[in-house]
Structures are given as C-alpha cells and as structure tokens.
Design a protein. Structure first.
Length: 249
C-alpha cells in the first residue's frame, strides 16, 4: 500500500492554529503597540478587531494622548508626570548644589578605592595574593589631597548592608588583566607582540554627577611602573576634573 505524505495535513493544521489565534485575539480584545522609526503608537483593539489610537510617542519622547479616558492612557499620563517630577527634582538639586560653596583646592577628597577585579591570567600571576590591590593603594597612601576611606567593604572585609551611607566623595572601581598586544618593538623597530598588563578604572561621583574611565598598559615585567602611571591618571581625574565641583564640607 503506497504511503501518503502528511505535509498537506501539517500545513493545514498550522493554518488552522493561526486562524484560531487571530480569532481569540479579536474576541478577547486588548491593546496593540506599533513601533516604527522611533515612533510608538498604542491602539485599543475591540472584540471585532477594530483598532482605535490611544496615544502616540514621537522619537523625541513627546506623547500625544488621543483617548484621555482609556486606562492605558491614564497610566501613561501618570508615568509621564512622575518622570517629569523626578527630572524637576534633579534639576532643582543640581541648581542648589551649583550655588553651594565648593571645596578649596587643598581640601581633602575622600575616595573609596575598591579592590581591583583580576582576570584569570592575572589571578594566576599575582604573588602574593592581594599584591595588586595593595600596589594601587600604596600610590595614594601619602597623597596630600586624596584620602582613602572604606567604601562598600569595611576594614574587616565584610560587606556593609545595602544602602549604608558612605563618606566618600568619589568611588573608584578597577580591573586588571593580562593580554597579548601587538605593537612596534622600540629596540628593533619591527612589529611584534608582547604580554601586557592592562589597568582600567571607572571613577564616579554623585555630587557633582560625573563618571570617567581611564586605562594604562605596558609590559607585564614593568607592572609596577604601569600601576604608577595608572594611579597618576586616576588622581588627575579626581583632583582636576571632579574636585573643583565637590561641595565644601
């Protein structure tokens, strides 16, 4: 007895499922959202599948409400009002801070310096453990302006509760990795590759709101010199870029 292909039956079944889904959507009604070229339109769909525009948002974030009584529109209006209130509060806060007295050039800047995150290769190369973090901290230990303070970790190595206040003006998080990089050999003038140590840091402050990134790299055997150059970059950002805007204590 010849075998019959089941492909037409499969196709028919898929078509029936699709039609059923559309029918259920039409019966249930709900909302439909269209996003084209940064423009968002939200429609209400009735049980017959008829669409009515509820609100639309242009690429600049401006919203136009077409049905003020629709629940979805009311939620959108409430969300907009909350966002505008938050922006207004931030603007007022920044205005107050900008008018407040600023720290003097020789006043201390309190910095939370988190232990660096080491990649796998750096973890294997680091001897003794914790040497890289101590090496970086040593660069700021005797700084006349930067004063290191506990940040998210206390001196016992235990994490502080979430939301615990910090006296730090600036927070520094960093990572250190070992990579193979390509360049020109200074002695031979020929292209080649070397094993380099790479220091990277993100420097942030809440007042004034600011975030900077710096990086420094060099031959793995010159990691002490590289860390010194790295610390110098971090210090310049803190003292020269963030420092002038920090309020006086």
């Amino acid at each position: 007895m010849p075998l019959k292909s089941s492909r037409p039956m499969t196709t028919l079944s898929s078509y029936c499922v699709a039609v059923l889904c559309l029918a259920l959507t039409a019966c249930a009604g709900g909302y439909y959202t269209s996003k084209v070229n940064g423009e968002k339109k939200v429609y209400r769909v009735d049980e017959q599948g008829t669409k009515a525009l509820v609100y639309e948002t242009d690429p600049n974030g401006q919203t136009t409400i077409h049905d003020t009584q629709d629940p979805m529109a009311k939620r959108q209006v409430a969300a907009q009002e909350m966002a505008e209130q938050i922006r207004a509060n931030k603007a007022a806060q920044l205005e107050t801070l900008s008018a407040a007295p600023k720290r003097q050039p020789q006043d201390p800047i309190y910095v939370s310096l988190a232990p660096p995150v080491l990649d796998g290769k750096m973890q294997q190369a680091e001897k003794p453990k914790g040497a890289v973090a101590q090496q970086i901290r040593n660069e700021f230990a005797s700084d006349p302006i930067i004063k290191l303070v506990p940040g998210n970790q206390n001196t016992a190595g235990l994490w502080k509760p979430r939301g615990a206040p910090s006296i730090a003006d600036v927070e520094v998080s960093s990572k250190v990795s070992i990579k193979e990089v390509y360049g020109v050999n200074r002695q031979t003038g020929k292209p080649g590759k070397m094993v380099a140590v790479v220091f990277e840091a993100t420097i942030t402050s809440q007042v004034p709101p600011a975030s900077y990134t710096v990086s420094e790299s060099g031959h793995i055997l010159q990691n002490v010199e590289v860390s010194k150059r790295f610390a110098k970059q971090v210090r310049q950002v803190i003292v020269e870029k963030i420092g002038p805007g920090i309020p006086a204590n």
